[in-house]
Design a protein. Structure first.
Length: 508
């Protein structure tokens, strides 16, 4: 079904097929952030523990990261369109379960199933673009639109969530997924071609187990270490994950038909591209969470108004994604990607100066710079991933790229979120007077949402004093996370520029 003439330009059917691929990836990406605004409502209804709340947020991204490599290889074997349609069914069923969850455990299980479904959808959509668009210029444009959907999804999530929360219950943020998955399942056979590796070789279940176990162990170690510090559990799970990962790599190098082609990493452009995917989604998810909380809990906006303001960074992400292919005609690819990371860094610098009373302009400026950089860097980055891999290995290559992205999302929430919460708790420990009743002190120390909820039951001036201290403590953590991220992006921009300095637009 795939086209073989490399100079054949796509027709209207391929562009309609692209729309079928972009919409589900927007939903998959959106589900990483859609709970940001719904979290206070979900917490009030289901009453999860703080640890359960964190896992409800994180389990989706963790399973995406852990399963993408396996699903990418599986798609190369059974057919990428087939896997895409299976993913649509799984994602739809999981969305229905999440919508009507009646306990934290049920929602956690539904979010886990959503992660499994998302892992089947994400690599299939990107790899199919490689087979639908053979003209290099058109392929860049198609990837730009795909990237706008992926990067914009995380930013649009709070917007959609805000609109729904204004009129419906918190479960409605998942209900919207179902009709989209139905459309995908019905339209894909007519508009999206099937493609699979003609000689995939024997499927290796041991490699599958090694890949999943290694990834989940490493992700758990990062999350646990960020929350609890470097203890025995962190060290043991990290060592287990790294050891399993090393065994997996050795097995892939020796296998006649490996699960993934690890020799792809010998190409420095491909290696740099995977790292960039990690960095941009690290920044996107971490700061989207901060921004949603700042707008609601510090500025005091409702979920709908907060979501609408977040359309500005969403539009910036889409602008960067659409402009990057045009700019690549006259500017080296590596330069554009490095500049994208620099824009992320500039956005982080702006957010270092956000205060509890600085309001919307500075925050939105910083987020817009950040998301513009994400859109620009991700588009050309995805093109590098696909064009460095042979067509029959596009699924595995895109899965590696998506793994970097989803791992970046999980680590962004874990690391940046923990920096913020650690600073918050430390400041609040010093600010709350000794002898304050536990029913007031404990929720206020834990999160800014807890402080706001407690303040509603306190008389003045105590309520205002608690809110002021909580806002200041939250912003201090936000500023520190932004400062560290700015430094990381500055170093990364220089490193990526050096690694990709020979990657020109004409080469891509």
């Amino acid at each position: 079904m795939s086209q073989t003439a490399t100079d054949q330009r796509a027709t209207g059917k391929e562009w309609l097929g692209l729309a079928v691929l972009v919409v589900p990836i927007l939903v998959v990406s959106m589900d990483m952030s859609v709970l940001y605004l719904a979290l206070p409502f979900m917490t009030a209804d289901l009453e999860p523990t703080s640890n359960q709340s964190l896992w409800i947020l994180d389990i989706y991204g963790f399973l995406l990261a852990g399963l993408l490599i396996t699903m990418g290889s599986l798609g190369d074997r059974i057919g990428r369109r087939t896997l895409l349609m299976i993913g649509a069914v799984v994602f739809g069923v999981a969305s229905l379960a999440a919508t009507f969850s009646t306990s934290p455990e049920m929602l956690l299980a539904a979010r886990a199933l959503l992660g499994i479904g998302g892992a089947t959808i994400a690599p299939s959509t990107l790899s199919l673009i490689r087979n639908m668009f053979h003209d290099p210029t058109q392929r860049k444009e198609a990837i730009g639109l795909w990237t706008a959907g992926f990067a914009g999804g995380a930013a649009v999530g709070p917007v959609i969530g805000g609109v729904l929360l204004e009129h419906f219950w918190w479960g409605s943020v998942f209900l919207i997924n179902i009709p989209i998955m139905v459309v995908l399942f019905v339209a894909a056979p007519f508009l999206v071609p099937e493609f699979k590796d003609s000689d995939p070789g024997k499927f290796d279940p041991i490699s599958v187990i090694l890949a999943i176990s290694s990834m989940l162990s490493i992700v758990f170690a990062i999350k646990h270490g960020a929350q609890e510090g470097i203890d025995a559990a962190t060290i043991v799970t990290a060592l287990v994950g790294l050891t399993l990962g090393a065994v997996f790599v050795v097995r892939q190098r020796k296998a006649a038909h490996p699960l993934i082609d690890v020799t792809l990493f010998a190409e420095r452009a491909f290696s740099a591209a995977v790292v960039v995917q990690f960095l941009v989604i690290f920044a996107m998810t971490g700061f989207s969470l901060f921004a949603a909380q700042y707008l609601q809990l510090v500025v005091g906006l409702g979920p709908l108004e907060a979501g609408l303001w977040l359309l500005i960074p969403a539009a910036a992400a889409a602008t960067g994604a659409v402009l990057a292919p045009t700019m690549s005609k006259v500017i080296h690819t590596g330069t554009i990607i490095a500049c994208g990371l620099a824009f992320i860094g500039f956005g982080c610098v702006a957010m270092v100066f956000v205060t509890s009373d600085s309001g919307l302009p500075l925050l939105l400026t910083g987020m817009a710079l950040l998301t513009f950089g994400i859109g620009a860097a991700s588009t050309l980055n995805s093109d590098i991933v696909l064009t460095d891999a042979a067509p029959e290995k596009a699924g595995a290559a895109s899965a590696l790229s998506e793994t970097g992205a989803e791992l970046g999302g999980a680590v962004g929430i874990a690391i940046l979120g923990t920096i913020g919460s650690t600073v918050y708790r430390h400041r609040m420990d010093d600010a709350i007077p000794a002898g304050t009743p536990a029913e007031i002190a404990d929720p206020a120390r834990e999160t800014i949402g807890g402080a706001v909820a407690v303040a509603d039951y306190l008389p003045e001036p105590f309520a205002s004093q608690l809110t002021t201290v909580a806002n200041s403590s939250f912003v201090d953590g936000f500023n520190l996370a932004a400062g560290w991220s700015a430094g990381l992006m500055a170093v990364s921009a220089v490193a990526v520029f050096v690694l990709l300095r020979r990657q020109t637009a004409s080469a891509r």
